[in-house]
Design a protein around this ligand. Structure first.
Ligand SMILES: [Zn+2]
Length: 92
């Protein structure tokens, strides 16, 4: 299972495996960067044709941070949030 994340520079990277290791270009060995999620998805499809289409990692709908593997999150109205960032929690 792989997921894409947008990094601070605005580029996209792919993470995969049980530890969500960053994916490297098999030819150059360098961390693979992409200018768009679509580009990352096409590249991943060529590399792992049997994988389901690459999607962006789940992130908080309010602050935009991605959830780490061990972080807890909650859903509200079809969106994911940090527990302290749901609309109810912010109105408290
Ligand atoms: Zn948040």
């Amino acid at each position: 299972m792989a997921q894409a994340r947008r990094v601070k520079s605005g580029k996209w990277r792919i993470y995969s495996g049980p530890e969500f290791d960053v994916v490297r270009d098999p030819q150059s060995g360098a961390v693979a960067y992409f200018t768009s999620l679509q580009e990352a998805r096409r590249w991943w499809q060529r590399l792992q044709p049997d994988d389901p289409p690459l999607n962006e990692a789940i992130k908080c709908a309010w602050c935009g941070a991605y959830f780490g593997r061990r972080m807890s999150y909650t859903t509200y109205a079809g969106h994911y949030y940090h527990p302290e960032h749901t609309p109810q929690a912010r109105n408290r």
